[in-house]
Design a protein around this ligand. Structure first.
Ligand SMILES: Nc1nc2c(c(=O)[nH]1)N[C@H]1C(S)=C(S)[C@@H](COP(=O)(O)OP(=O)(O)OC[C@H]3O[C@@H](n4cnc5c(=O)[nH]c(N)nc54)[C@H](O)[C@@H]3O)O[C@H]1N2
Ligand SMILES: Nc1nc2c(c(=O)[nH]1)N[C@H]1C(S)=C(S)[C@@H](COP(=O)(O)OP(=O)(O)OC[C@H]3O[C@@H](n4cnc5c(=O)[nH]c(N)nc54)[C@H](O)[C@@H]3O)O[C@H]1N2
Ligand SMILES: [Mo]
Length: 711
């Protein structure tokens, strides 16, 4: 082997090999984990990725998913050209067309629906990807539709609503100054690995960690105390912990009296949850509940994991979350050093310690008048707190046409398999007059579209990011867009120029939007582009602690509301509660099925077809306990039929010591083992409209073969 061949084989960047290193970010998971990536590029192709050492957020680290970026962006099923459907909806028969042909048809069809049915009959939707949402929302509004909605209908927003209804703002843990961390639904090794280092440091300096989780996870190994409750019973547990705190006189009554509202109503609810009742509902032994109460109340200051979704994705998820929040006020751990501190969002769901004009940008062209968004009537609490439609009502409204028809859908990255009762959405998509879907890959959802457009990945575009540390980053493309793909922002801009020419700011595109959003700051797109790495935003400041104690909370009462004024106005029980009818979370069935609990190799629908990641768990598998496996005579790789009120599915099992007897855990997003088909369309939390993905009664029996080996 020559010297040059050796250098090339080792992928050494230097003039001899022609390999260069360019900096970008990984956008496979959630924006608070968008890690810096070094892309090694040869002849316009990424040949290797590493974490960026200079990146202030990940300091050179990448998780399993990030390390597979090269395989992700070069997935064989990347969409290559715009396409028009020629077969039946769902059949997957398309012909390639030019971008101009695609745009002409989209403009003609959306315009026709707007003329004939009104602009609200066109819904605009975004899947999990978030970077283009500012533009998409403005596009929907400039088009004249109030119907902009996203995947946030099932993700972080219920958590946000719980905080907003209770305190008026979202608040993050002040781990640096805490003595106890309440890791309620905290599993960072799989869903947010960058926080693990901070937790290790916290433990090393003597911090105490409480984990409340139905599974044994790597975080449990770090814990001082683990309460392994039945999925979805968090509200009963939190109310039970509150009772122990009150009974022992451990509550911070000074805080309660000065800064809270509705304590008496809350205390009355708490009285119902004695240790025996709590054990019956949650399965947690009384002495562990008491120990948790003592730790939270006397081991302070204590702060809690903000938990994006596993607490709220249950029938009583919203109230469960509020019951946990109430513990912060009861123990005086809200808005104090070492507690949870209120923050404001800066841009794209991130709080970075400075204000931007994102909201002005997105709402400037909002249609006037009191028009009803999809889901507004059915989910009034959602509608009060959220500036989006509730996507869990989309298929119903398309099918039933009430309160008005929805005839067309413009979607960026819509995943059919995200929705409970996938078949109902299929039927709705079949009924639409017109459906455009923009994606990276051919998916079960693109197969229903009339026009499919190919988007490009974060490696092929430039985008603005902020980080909680106060850093700003503007990436540059590290390779050209693959095939004929374009960035979502460019596609939206191209269409805006044709459909909403009067919105001149939107028509100027993404960079102009970011410059508008940053106009009050000393940074700009041009300046940020000069830097290879994130830069500190000069205006960034750490959150101010204790303001709500002097100036009050931004709630109607100005207090931390145990009993929420706004919820009462919506006709919802204003006090955190755990209703009688959920006391047996498995209902009449023998098991509780929890779907989508995170795995290190899977992220929703996007990574099942990435070979490296798929090799870590080659087939869809349901995790069951060793005790249940023994009782049902099941071994790893045997197949079971899971049956719920929504349907049934055959899948292989993975007996493990990490899950409770009586529970079954199965990840979602597999094409041929689509667990969301087991959830009825109305299996939702009535307050938020959130699907109860993580607890549904199910039966399990041995059966001959799985439904899908490869999906
Ligand atoms: N690898 C991977 N990472 C991801 C994702 C992914 O799909 N894969 N998804 C991203 C997204 S969209 C989100 S919203 C975040 C979610 O991130 P987080 O909100 O932080 O939650 P998770 O990590 O999903 O879950 C944390 C723990 O909650 C536990 N849990 C499950 N059900 C319950 C319950 O009923 N009660 C309690 N107390 N605990 C429960 C799980 O066992 C898990 O260990 O993760 C993001 N990161
Ligand atoms: N059963 C069950 N279901 C769940 C969950 C669960 O825990 N259990 N979790 C829920 C949660 S918390 C969330 S956040 C949602 C996730 O929401 P989904 O929207 O289902 O997430 P993904 O499947 O990751 O992405 C959706 C689509 O976006 C495409 N995409 C990726 N990048 C881009 C891009 O840059 N542009 C465009 N146009 N498209 C892109 C992907 O190829 C994919 O087809 O799933 C929810 N569904
Ligand atoms: Mo999510």
């Amino acid at each position: 082997m020559t010297e040059l061949e050796k250098l090339r084989k080792a992928k050494i960047p230097c003039p001899e090999t022609g390999i260069t290193v360019r900096h970008t970010l990984c956008d496979i998971c959630t924006p608070d984990n968008h890690c810096g990536v070094d892309a090694y590029v040869l002849d316009g192709r990424v040949i290797k990725v590493e974490g960026t050492k200079e990146h202030p957020h990940n300091h050179g680290l990448l998780c399993t998913k990030g390390a597979a970026n090269r395989e992700y962006i070069y997935r064989e099923d990347r969409l290559r050209t715009p396409m028009r459907r020629v077969g039946r909806r769902g059949e997957g028969k398309f012909v390639p067309i030019t971008w101009d042909e695609a745009y002409d048809e989209i403009v003609r069809r959306l315009d026709a629906v707007r003329r004939e049915e009104g602009a609200d009959a066109v819904a605009f939707f975004s899947g999990y990807t978030k970077w283009y949402r500012t533009l998409l929302k403005r596009f929907a509004y400039s088009f004249g539709s109030v119907n902009y909605g996203t995947e946030s209908s099932v993700c972080f927003d219920a958590t946000f609503m719980a905080w907003a209804a209770t305190t008026g703002s979202f608040a993050v843990p002040d781990l640096d100054r805490a003595a106890t961390y309440i890791g309620w639904g905290y599993g960072p090794h799989y869903s947010g690995h960058l926080s693990v280092g901070g937790m290790q440091a916290f433990k090393e300096r003597g911090g105490r960690l409480l984990i409340v989780d139905p599974k044994i996870t790597p975080a449990v190994k770090m814990a001082d105390l683990h309460l392994q409750l039945k999925p979805g019973t968090d509200g009963a547990l939190a109310l039970g912990i509150a009772k122990v705190i009150l009974d022992n006189g451990w509550a911070d009554m000074d805080y309660v009296e000065k800064h809270t509202a509705g304590f008496e109503e809350y205390r009355a609810e708490v009285q119902k949850f004695d240790l025996k009742t709590v054990e019956e509902i949650t399965g947690v032994a009384p002495k562990l509940v008491a120990a948790a109460a003592e730790l939270i109340a006397t081991g302070g200051p204590a702060c809690m994991h903000q938990s994006a979704s596993p607490i709220t994705q249950h029938r009583n998820g919203f109230q469960n979350y509020r019951a946990i929040l109430a513990l912060l006020a009861l123990t005086g751990n809200y808005d104090c050093p070492g507690g949870n501190i209120p923050i404001h969002f800066t841009y794209n769901y991130q709080a970075a310690g400075f204000a931007t004009r994102e909201r002005e940008y997105t709402t400037a062209t909002r249609p006037a008048g009191d028009r009803t968004r999809i889901g507004a009537d059915r989910f009034p609490v959602w509608n009060l707190f959220q500036d989006e439609f509730q996507a869990m009502d989309l298929s119903r409204q398309i099918l039933e046409g009430t309160p008005y028809p929805v005839k067309a859908l413009f979607a960026c990255g819509m995943n059919l398999l995200m929705f409970p009762d996938t078949d109902q959405l299929r039927r709705a998509l079949e009924k639409l007059d017109f459906f455009v879907d923009i994606d990276l890959f051919e998916t079960p959802c693109t197969r229903y579209a009339d026009i499919v457009l190919p988007a490009c990945t974060s490696f092929e575009r430039g985008e603005y990011r902020v980080y909680p540390s106060g850093h700003s980053f503007y990436t540059k493309p590290v390779i050209d867009p693959l095939y004929e793909s374009r960035s979502d922002a460019d596609i939206i801009t191209d269409l805006a120029r044709r459909l909403t020419p009067e919105d001149t700011l939107l028509c100027q595109g993404y960079e102009a939007a970011i410059d508008y959003i940053l106009q009050d700051l000393s940074i700009s797109v041009a300046g940020l582009k000069d830097s290879e790495f994130p830069v500190m935003t000069p205006e960034a400041r750490p959150p101010r602690v204790g303001l709500t104690r002097t100036q009050g909370c931004p709630t109607p009462s100005g207090k931390f509301e145990f009993s929420s004024t706004l919820l009462a106005r919506c006709g919802v029980n204003p006090v955190p509660n755990y209703p009688e009818n959920l006391r047996r979370p498995e209902g009449g069935r023998k098991f509780i099925l929890a779907t989508g609990v995170r795995l290190p190799n899977a992220l929703h629908s996007r990574l099942h077809k990435v070979p490296w990641l798929r090799s870590l768990r080659p087939e869809p598998m349901a995790d069951i306990s060793l005790a249940d496996a023994a009782r049902l005579e099941l071994e790893r790789g045997d197949t079971v039929r899971l049956t719920t009120d929504g349907g049934s599915l055959c899948v292989k099992v993975n007996p493990t010591s990490t899950v409770l007897p009586g529970t079954v855990h199965l990840f979602h997003g597999y094409e041929k083992a689509n667990v969301n088909a087991l959830l009825p369309a109305d299996w939702l939390d009535p307050c938020t409209g959130f699907p109860a993905y993580k607890s549904i009664g199910c039966d399990m029996e041995k059966c001959p073969a799985p439904d899908g080996e490869k999906g």
